[in-house]
Design a protein around this ligand. Structure first.
Ligand code: NAP
Length: 288
């Protein structure tokens, strides 16, 4: 299967490219110069592909608050163009989406059927993209995930490692809960979906690692391992969201119920701690 992947330089896109041989697919990943999501009118899917995974997005959650039009074009409009062009050739599309389409007020993990209520520009534009894909292509999977990290790219794990090397004390938000999810696992699940997608199993699917933790607990887990390797241990203090003001509001509860996805596609979910261990083993190979 030949898959067109957008966002090949991002965390999930890079994982898709790297893991393609293992996942039994060929990935074609044009860069921005050849496929610019900010210019949907110029998007043209290449010939000879069997499906699309849209892993490209405007992901700067806070910056989006001051660039809503650009975020809307990339996250809200471009996915619909990709989906429309794929539909004309009866090709499946996997649209990667986010827990930020929810407001986080539910106390249990979110189901795919729960009403969306995004609280940020980023969340609203991603939700617009979900609808556009659903409407344009009967062979779609909207795959919502959360708290993405990878060896490649910028993410919370790498930020915590850097800050913990520089400082003796870190203050980390302890009242937002979610499942940190390794980009490699998202890539594997997205390919499984792309391969199995028909018009009858099309729909919205949640996929994250197993388990849940707060950002504070995640930082503690990172440094529990990094501390042993690097011989230092920053103090990690819990703070409320109000103690770390950001332009965009984020859901307090980001937990996604993934049972529908497991039942439909047989995807593998690893405990978040196991994927983190694997990632840290690579990141900490570097000399302190
Ligand atoms: N990161 C998270 O915590 C998180 C959580 C839930 C869901 N998601 C979703 O997961 C997906 C993958 O996220 P990620 O973390 O892998 O993102 P990422 O690392 O921030 O990468 C974003 C990718 O999108 C590309 N992109 C941005 N604007 C573009 C444009 N105008 N034209 C073409 N490409 C453009 C970027 O290309 P450049 O390198 O050229 O900028 C990059 O390859 C996204 O749909 C995101 O919304 C992410």
């Amino acid at each position: 299967m030949r898959l067109l992947v957008t966002g090949g330089t991002g965390q999930v896109g890079e994982a898709l490219m790297r893991l393609a041989p293992k996942l039994g697919v060929t990935v074609i990943a044009p860069g921005r110069a050849d496929l610019d999501l900010a210019n949907p009118g110029a998007i043209k899917l290449p010939d000879g592909i069997d499906g699309v995974i849209n892993a490209g997005a405007y992901t700067a959650v806070d910056k989006a608050e001051s660039e809503p039009a650009l975020a809307e074009t990339i996250n809200g409009i471009a996915p619909g163009v990709l989906a429309t062009q794929a539909a004309k050739r009866d090709l499946p599309i996997v649209q990667i989406s986010t827990d930020y389409v929810f407001d986080g007020t539910k106390t249990e993990p979110y189901l795919e059927t729960d009403p969306v209520n995004p609280m940020s520009v980023y969340g609203r534009t991603k939700e617009t993209g979900e609808r556009a894909v659903r409407e344009a292509n009967p062979r779609h999977a909207i795959m919502r995930t959360s708290w993405v990290y990878a060896v490649h790219g910028n993410n919370f794990v790498k930020t915590m490692l850097r800050l913990g090397k520089e400082r003796d004390q870190l203050k980390v938000v302890a009242d937002q809960t979610g499942a940190p999810t390794l980009a490699d696992d998202i890539a594997a699940a997205a390919v499984l979906m792309a391969k199995a997608l028909t018009a009858s199993n099309a729909g919205t699917y949640h996929y994250t690692a197993e388990g849940a933790v707060t950002w504070h607990g995640f930082a503690q887990a990172i440094w529990a391992k990094a501390g042993l390797r690097l011989g230092r241990q920053p103090k990690i203090d819990p703070i409320p969201t109000s103690g770390y003001p950001t332009p965009a509001r984020r859901p307090k509860n980001s937990r996604l119920d993934c049972s529908k996805t497991v039942a439909a596609f047989g995807v593998v979910r690893r405990p978040w701690e196991r994927a983190l261990d694997e990632t840290l083993a690579i990141l900490l190979e570097e000399k302190p």
